[in-house]
Design a protein around this ligand. Structure first.
Ligand code: UDX
Length: 435
């Protein structure tokens, strides 16, 4: 089928490359000419395993191309995905300027029937506004449909998540739109959830908010575990054995970050407020996530007492492993909080230091985890990169001024750390009693 994707960010690029790989002819358009010039040279602006290869293969097979001209994209395709960013405004509301702008430009350039698909994460009822905008600007007697097809891609696993989805959600109002979308996704052989546009839009916000809720729930449980000396990892394991709960997204830590959860939770709270529903449960999810960072700071103070003039080693800057993305990463906020109290920071991350250097001042970026420990008063684990799980602790202990480790992602075993001679604190971990 002939497809165009408007917006070549994280979601648009992965969607375009994957749909091309399924055999469709795909044009990816963006108003950022510089980005398009690079994409034409297969220079990919984001780090996503396998994406560069997928783009190269499909460009070579002439199934995928890039343009800065939306007119070309709209005139040559039947299905048009809107995949532009919907960042948070200062009040938490989703900024839909890009969506409106693209909807108008699609309408102005339509030369025949088009199916216009919301791929960007948008608040419920955005589809109504997209339809209104297209109706306003489209030439007379040109027919079109709107659909909602939210994405559930995780950074670092986006291509796998696209090719092997748990479900494909399609919100549509006409038989023609439903059939076109079902045909497009047929090669994936995945369960289809066919519903109306509003329900499809809500499935996205509700799913992400529920996942964020699971994380804040287990983080709240971790606080109770600390009070009674229980172990949150064992509590989470016991909970997760219940099929109705499931083991996923029950890892206590310094909280969730990334480009989606914080933004989607804010936007959902905002749209609910506007609809007259006070989503106080979701406000609590956000509050727990925010205060988890303060809890972590308190742990550091409980171990170091005075923060001022101390040197603190930080391992992990990305919001999660296997990505260089630091957007809304708790690690960045925690570093800023420590610096505000006069701490000196030495940090190491396998892939996010370049981006972190643009966001942080006066941080010493180290060449490896050991340099971050050299002369430091304590070591913090902020992101659970695999390489942090197999460190030479004898060497670490020699390099640290004090054998203090505060593990924000529970990657170490408290008893093992005690045996190695460390003062160890995790998140909701059982205090190691003298054997
Ligand atoms: C998320 C959703 O999973 C995905 O479906 C949606 O399309 C985009 O947002 P992503 O943000 O890439 O994907 O990462 P994810 O793996 O979901 O982790 C999000 C954050 O939650 C990370 O900061 C991670 O550290 C944190 N997290 C995750 C926890 O703190 N505990 C957990 O148990 C799981």
């Amino acid at each position: 089928m002939k497809i165009s994707i408007i917006g070549t960010g994280y979601v648009g690029l992965v969607t375009g490359a994957c749909l091309a790989d399924l055999g469709n002819t795909v044009i990816c358009a963006d108003n950022n000419k510089n980005k398009i010039t690079n994409l034409k040279k297969c220079i990919i602006p984001i780090y996503e395993p396998g994406l560069e290869e997928l783009v190269k293969i499909n460009v070579r097979k002439k199934r995928l191309c890039f343009t800065a001209d939306i007119k070309e994209a709209v005139s040559k395709s039947q299905i048009i995905f809107i995949a532009v960013g919907t960042p948070s405004l200062s009040n938490g509301e989703a900024d839909l300027t890009g969506v409106e702008n693209v909807a108008r430009n699609i309408a102005l350039n339509m030369t025949g029937y088009r199916l216009i698909v919301e791929k960007s994460t948008v608040p419920v009822e955005t589809g109504k506004w997209v339809k209104h905008t297209v109706s306003t600007f489209v030439k007379r007697n040109i027919d079109f449909d709107i659909a909602s097809n939210p994405e559930f891609l995780r950074e670092g696993q986006a291509i796998n998540d696209f090719m092997h989805p748990d479900r494909i959600v399609i919100g549509a109002e006409s038989k023609k739109a439903r059939e076109l979308m079902a045909a497009l996704y047929k090669p994936l052989n995945a369960p289809l959830v066919i519903t109306d546009i509003k329900s499809a839009e809500l499935i996205k916000h509700a799913s992400n908010s529920f996942l964020a809720n699971k994380i804040s729930f287990i983080n709240a449980i971790s606080r109770i575990c600390e009070k009674v000396g229980a172990d949150v990892m064992e509590v989470a394991f016991g909970m997760g054995m219940d099929k109705r709960i499931g083991p996923g997204f029950l890892s206590a830590g310094i909280g969730y970050g990334g480009s989606c959860f914080p933004k989607d939770v804010d936007a959902f709270i905002d749209i609910a407020q506007k609809l007259g529903c006070d989503f106080d449960l979701l406000k609590a999810v956000r509050e727990v996530n925010e205060s988890q960072k303060n809890m972590f700071l308190k742990k550091i103070k409980d171990m170091l007492w005075i923060i001022k003039d101390k040197t603190i080693g930080v391992l992990g800057l990305s919001f999660k492993p296997d990505t260089d993305d630091i957007r809304n990463a708790p690690s960045i906020d925690i570093i800023r909080m420590l610096q505000a109290e006069g701490a000196k920071i030495k940090a190491y991350d396998p892939s996010a230091m370049e981006k972190a250097a643009k966001a942080l001042d006066k941080v010493k970026f180290c060449k490896d985890p050991y340099e971050a420990c050299k002369g430091s008063d304590c070591l913090l684990i902020a992101t659970e990169w695999d390489e942090f799980k197999e460190l030479d602790f004898t060497r670490i202990k020699k390099m640290l001024k004090r054998p203090f480790i505060i593990d924000g992602r529970n990657i170490y075993d408290p008893a093992a750390m005690k045996k190695l001679g460390f003062m160890y604190a995790g998140i909701g971990r059982r205090a190691v009693t003298k054997k």
